[in-house]
Design a protein around this ligand. Structure first.
Ligand code: SF4
Length: 457
């Protein structure tokens, strides 16, 4: 590769939060971009501010059998004066809590930046909207080391809160939506280098594998078998971020897994997409059969949940035989009544049938969990309690998923109306740990009591 081609640095920023843990989290979008650039002849490097295996970590690395583990963390001040944004008098609930930067130490990041050949262009990604201050701190250190190198910010926060990102992040440009489509233009605008992409972005099978080879160590690999979602749950931004539902072929997904397993000795794989089991006959089933016949003895996880309606006797059996270890079901609530308007995922009998099929296939009860959304606007404590009881009655684990209000979702207006904070002013207040839309009749303490209640079954 010619040294005349531009050097593009890709950066995964820090998390600023009350709590964070590596639940199979990798910046997949940025790694796809890195790979597309590399395969089009550019020189690409990558710095991961969330690198759990950074060489300066020493011997203090904890890795669970499934590849997950804790990040380094350091307590930091809140990113803004929260007193100015609170509508109710529950400020102590927030201020007594520890807020931290998760990821490598700032000096390690400076070291990593300096040891690079000076880049011509830097791409920074972003994930949760309420991690905005982590993005800002990341870019401020990049600018400290390379003040004259343009920084382009993309990703989920940039797409959902572009005005906030333009005003606060410190990036030279904020891009919204899928940055793959405008890569050529960005590279041309900032480096004057032209290339004609060798990939057809409409066809997911034509894309290269994400550039996991740029990571310091691979304890697991996340896999995305589709983009978008055929559903439009009111609390979810998926349809806004990826309006079209597109899928990869089972062969392409199988080839990717085979590659990471044989070339990088990876045994743990996490599926990111909720829609993995939709139209199983043409997608998931052929994939499962290939995995079973390959005898690779892999472990699969579904951290983002799978659709309950698609769990049949056949899909449960094939998942078990393929090596799925934990199953997370996207239940959200056991309010199955017609008044449930915010999603249309399932009916009561579909939930109980799915649990029956999974258990019959061989999954142990403690390995099956049902996500229950907690803290939705206007949600009552009784609804949450009832959901826990029904899930427990089915013999599997309730798993709380605290609701995050997300701009550009159908539920956003209702969230703004019902929030205890000024969530339109700053994404910090959308942090689900703050229970921003918890019904005013419910205390945070009672939610924690319910969490403990779950453990008593
Ligand atoms: S919550 Fe899941 S099923 Fe609903 S729209 Fe989002 S990705 Fe699709």
């Amino acid at each position: 590769m010619s040294l005349d081609t531009p050097h593009i640095l890709c950066v995964n920023p820090w998390i600023h939060d009350f709590a964070a843990f590596d639940f199979w989290a990798k910046p997949l979008g940025l790694l796809y971009i890195a790979s597309i650039l590399k395969n089009n002849g550019l020189r690409v490097s990558f710095i991961d501010c969330l690198d759990r295996f950074h060489f300066k970590t020493g011997t203090n690395i904890k890795v669970l059998k499934d590849g997950r583990g804790p990040y380094e963390k350091k307590e930091i001040p809140f990113p803004l004066d929260i007193k100015n944004h609170i509508k109710t008098n529950n400020i102590k609930e927030i201020t007594k809590r520890c807020f931290s930067r998760y990821g490598i130490e700032p000096d390690w990041f400076r070291y990593d930046l300096k040891k690079q050949e000076k880049p011509d262009l830097i791409f920074v990604t972003s994930l949760m909207t309420y991690w905005a201050s982590g993005v800002k701190e990341t870019i401020s250190i990049i600018k400290e080391i390379y003040p004259d190198v343009p920084v382009v910010l993309g990703g989920i926060y940039a797409s959902l809160c572009p005005e906030h990102a333009k005003k606060n992040s410190g990036a030279d440009e904020v891009v919204t939506g899928n940055a793959e489509n405008i890569l050529q233009k960005l590279v041309k605008d900032y480096t004057n280098f032209s290339f004609i992409s060798c990939f057809d972005f409409k066809n997911l099978d034509s894309l290269p594998l994400p550039a996991f080879d740029l990571l310091s160590y691979l304890a697991y690999v996340p896999v995305l078998t589709s983009r978008g979602c055929p559903f439009s749950c009111e609390y979810c931004a998926c349809s806004f971020l990826e309006p079209e539902f597109k899928r990869r072929s089972p062969e392409s997904v199988f080839q990717e897994i085979t590659f990471w397993h044989y070339k990088y000795n990876v045994f743990n794989f996490a599926f990111y997409d909720d829609a993995f089991l939709i139209d199983s006959k043409n997608y998931a089933f052929p994939f499962f059969e290939k995995i079973i016949n390959s005898n690779m003895n892999l472990s699969f996880y579904t951290p983002n949940a799978i659709h309950i309606r698609e769990i049949t006797k056949k899909s449960a059996n094939l998942m078990f035989k393929s090596g799925f270890k934990t199953i997370r079901l996207g239940l959200e609530t056991t309010n199955f009544s017609s008044s449930r308007r915010y999603d249309t995922k399932i009916q009561e009998n579909e939930f109980f049938n799915a649990v029956k099929h999974l258990k019959n296939a061989g999954f142990k009860s403690k390995k099956i969990g049902a996500y229950l959304l907690c803290g939705l606007p206007e949600q009552t404590l009784e609804e949450i309690e009832q959901s826990i009881k029904i899930v427990k009655k089915s013999g599997i684990q309730p798993v709380f998923a605290y609701y995050t209000p997300i701009p550009n979702t159908p539920m956003w207006k209702k969230a703004v109306k019902n929030s205890r904070f000024d969530i339109e002013k700053d994404p910090f207040f959308t942090n689900n740990s703050l229970f921003p839309c918890l019904n005013k009749d419910i205390s945070i303490k009672s939610i924690y009591q319910l969490k403990n209640f779950i453990k008593t079954f």
